[in-house]
Design a protein around this ligand. Structure first.
Ligand SMILES: Nc1ncnc2c1ncn2[C@@H]1O[C@H](COP(=O)(O)OP(=O)(O)OP(=O)(O)O)[C@@H](O)[C@H]1O
Ligand code: SF4
Ligand SMILES: [Mg+2]
Length: 350
């Protein structure tokens, strides 16, 4: 059986700028006693080797569900009802569990949400990373080779190599998250998915870790999918982004373009409700209401109960993704009504 790397040619990796992963119309429900939860609905995005993509949206919009499905680690009550996940042209959804294991960690790996708090307290950090290497590295490494590899990984993420002999409680939160990233990098994957990699950290450590991740990505030529509810984090580290609402991507495009001219009312409100340190002072627009219950998502456009631009059509018909040009896509009947620029209030009125 050949892995994605072997299929990709002599170098074993998809070349920068070539298509690495294509997610098309991915749809996934959770089956519960109360009914089906429509957690991922018709999600499409493409990522080239070396690029970074952000997925942003409020809690419960399906970000982690998408990520886990890419690794085929979705919960046991999940049912994928449609779509495909092409990695280097191979549909991961068609693979057996044994075949999938060849891609997990070596082609795609993940920094799991909350994983920095999941280290086993009774083993040294280095021993825990060695265990991952023993399981997933293509050949068996000697004790010395594992230590060399861990020292290399620690250097990449800004940790002193001697820290591998410490226990998790001897690490600060930032160090533990760096070690978690080192673990995800251990098998030199082509794609790393970082699910809320800095959420539990203070802003200074958050900034350091994001910079570190960007540097590592450039050095290794890796692709990254960053997942965050914090649109400012996505702005800092990604080239492209998808704004998710209630299981769907509602706006997709270049990060700079979406920040400059968000076209979906949800993206516009999300940005308008986010304070900016560098931009002009402005009154923050409130994002009122709660995301819907995905067991009974609203009819038509799932955002219509909270949308200030909603019309009768919005509750009746679901808007399709429309290409506004230059790869900027939006699913909204009334995107031309969304003001250009964020909700601004003159400085003297604040
Ligand atoms: N195993 C499960 N069974 C039933 N429902 C689930 C399960 N896992 C997640 N959900 C539901 O699926 C929806 C999407 O959850 P998911 O964790 O993907 O969201 P998220 O965007 O990652 O949220 P957060 O920002 O809080 O991490 C939510 O409504 C959640 O309650
Ligand atoms: S389709 Fe309608 S409800 Fe949905 S975001 Fe656009 S204007 Fe708002
Ligand atoms: Mg999540």
């Amino acid at each position: 059986m050949t892995t994605t790397r072997e299929k990709a040619g002599e170098t074993g990796r998809v070349k920068p700028g070539e298509s690495l992963i294509e997610v098309n119309h991915l749809t996934m429900d959770y089956k519960t006693k109360e009914g089906r939860v429509s957690a991922v609905s018709d999600v499409t995005f493409h990522l080239k080797a070396g690029d970074s993509l952000g997925l942003v949206g409020e809690s419960g919009c399906g970000k982690t569900s998408v990520a886990l499905t890419l690794l085929r680690l979705q919960a046991s009550n999940a049912e994928i009802t449609g779509g495909e996940i092409l990695l280097g042209g191979v549909n991961l959804l068609d693979l057996s569990e044994e075949e999938m294991r060849l891609h997990r960690w070596s082609d795609i790996s993940m920094v799991f949400q909350g994983a920095m708090n999941a280290w086993n307290p009774v083993y040294r950090i280095g021993e825990q990373i060695r265990e991952a290497l023993d399981l997933h590295w293509p050949v068996k490494l000697t004790h010395e080779q594992s230590r060399e590899r861990i020292a290399e990984l620690f250097e990449l993420v800004g940790l002193p190599p001697e820290a591998m002999d410490r226990y998790p409680h001897e690490f600060s939160g930032g160090m533990r998250q760096r070690a978690t990233i080192a673990m995800a990098l251990s098998c030199n994957p082509q794609l790393i998915i970082a699910d809320e990699p800095t959420t539990a950290l203070d802003v200074i450590v958050q900034d350091q870790i994001l910079k570190e991740l960007k540097k590592v990505q450039a050095e290794l030529g890796m692709s990254i999918i960053y997942i965050s509810h914090d649109i400012a984090v996505i702005a800092e580290v990604t080239d492209h982004m998808g704004v998710m609402y209630a299981g769907k991507i509602v706006e997709y495009g270049g990060t700079d373009e979406i920040f400059a001219t968000p076209r979906h009312p949800y993206a516009w409100l999300l940005l308008s409700s986010t304070p900016s340190i560098t931009g002009p002072r402005r009154k923050l627009a409130p994002l009122v209401g709660e995301p819907p219950n995905l067991m009974k998502p609203p009819s038509g456009c799932r955002f219509h109960p909270r949308c200030p631009f909603a019309t009768d059509q919005c509750a009746a018909e679901e808007p399709a993704m429309e290409d506004l040009g230059g790869g900027h896509l939006v699913a909204c009947w009334n995107h031309e009504k969304v003001p250009v620029g964020l909700s601004e209030t003159p400085k003297e009125d604040l």
